[in-house]
Design a protein around this ligand. Structure first.
Ligand code: ATP
Ligand code: FE
Length: 336
């Protein structure tokens, strides 16, 4: 069974083919036009998707060594994300499904990040065991999710303001680093002192996250430092990055440690772009080792937006004949 996945929720146009759950191709066109603006410009994103979608899908089919007529279904990201971007992938998927006379499967982008652990490859076809906990940390979300089945996910903690990825990106911007700043912080943190600077951590009850206070505290540290030393940022780049990353990891793991559902699961996964972070990956591995839980750390290629995870999530729905009506529009926010 060949499934084509299409992802266009933000600024990456991606198409992937899986065969019976095994990855055959995963093509990603990242949009460079946004770099000069320090963030994603929605109108430019949808235009770039329109330019990329045909070549990206063709290349995914070519790399998989199949033709359109071999496909059993098309899975696409229906939301959440930027509406203009989602419209491109959604319209393309619908048109292609009508043309080929095959079913359509709509996929929730956040479910796809969680289910990225079910992308099987020739080298690795082990998958987590249900129920498992997933720390979903991306550019737009930070959630602790209890995953009982591919269709039954309960959000037990979420951010009340910024996402972890935004904390990385906005603080990186303060330091004058390019967008997205997360990977730059990761690189600099490797040679910095994580205890050099102290930034404030949130004191909110329950399992919800908050990152806006950290952002302000980081900004004030830089501002005060620059009063003493105009070259404060360049003189302290690595230590600022390492201390920021250390604080974000502390915030993430503090709440995880308080999650009562930890007792119910034997597996804990991470997903989303921030799970590419070296420090986060090490910390989660340690967190799980200390508790006798199996850690699921995704290959980096499956952490940021990609269509392989959309195809994998779509495959579960395909197997249970859960298809999408052609009249369903994309959605920018999660309403259910
Ligand atoms: P969402 O999935 O919530 O809609 P998104 O799709 O924009 O948001 P992703 O593509 O999952 O988000 O992740 C992008 C985020 O991951 C960015 O904030 C980026 O800085 C961050 N990121 C990527 N690599 C790293 C890294 N090595 N260290 C820290 N952050 C990283
Ligand atoms: Fe994403």
């Amino acid at each position: 069974i060949y499934i084509l996945g299409i992802e266009s929720s933000c600024d990456d146009t991606s198409a992937a083919v899986i065969c019976d759950g095994y990855l055959k191709s995963n093509v990603i066109a990242s949009q460079k036009v946004h770099e000069a603006f320090g963030g994603v410009v929605p109108e430019l994103a949808s235009r770039a998707h329109q330019q990329n979608i045909v070549p990206v899908v063709s290349e995914a089919l070519r790399q998989a060594g199949i033709e359109k007529k071999d496909l059993a279904a098309i899975a696409f990201t229906r939301g959440p994300g930027l509406l203009g971007s989602l419209l491109v992938g959604t319209s393309f998927a619908k048109g292609m499904a009508i043309g080929l006379g095959i079913p359509l499967v709509d996929v929730n982008h956040l479910h796809a990040h969680v289910l990225s652990h079910f992308i099987k490859t020739e080298e690795n076809d082990e998958v987590p065991e249900f129920p498992f906990l997933c720390l979903l940390i991306s550019g737009g979300n930070s959630q602790i999710v209890m995953v009982r089945s591919p269709y039954d996910m309960e959000i037990i903690g979420k951010t009340i303001d910024d996402a972890a990825g935004e904390a990385f990106d906005k603080c990186a911007k303060v330091m004058g680093l390019p967008y997205p700043g997360g990977p730059h912080i990761d690189r600099l943190a490797k040679i910095g002192d994580p205890k050099r600077f102290r930034f404030s951590k949130p004191h909110i009850p329950g399992l919800d996250y908050s990152f806006s206070g950290l952002k302000t505290s980081f900004l004030y540290t830089v501002r005060d430092g620059m009063k003493e030393d105009p070259a404060f940022i360049s003189n302290n780049q690595a230590d600022l990055a390492a201390s920021l990353q250390h604080t974000i990891i502390d915030i993430l793991t503090d709440k995880l440690a308080k999650t009562p559902q930890l007792k119910e699961v034997r597996h804990l996964a991470i997903g989303g772009g921030v799970s590419a972070n070296s420090g986060v990956r090490e910390a989660i591995q340690r967190f799980c080792d200390n508790r006798g839980i199996q850690a699921w750390i995704p290959p980096r290629a499956f952490t940021t937006d990609n269509a392989a995870m959309v195809a994998a999530a779509g495959y579960f729905k395909y197997l249970s004949n859960d298809f999408c009506d052609l009249s369903l529009p994309p959605y920018s926010r999660v309403t259910v």
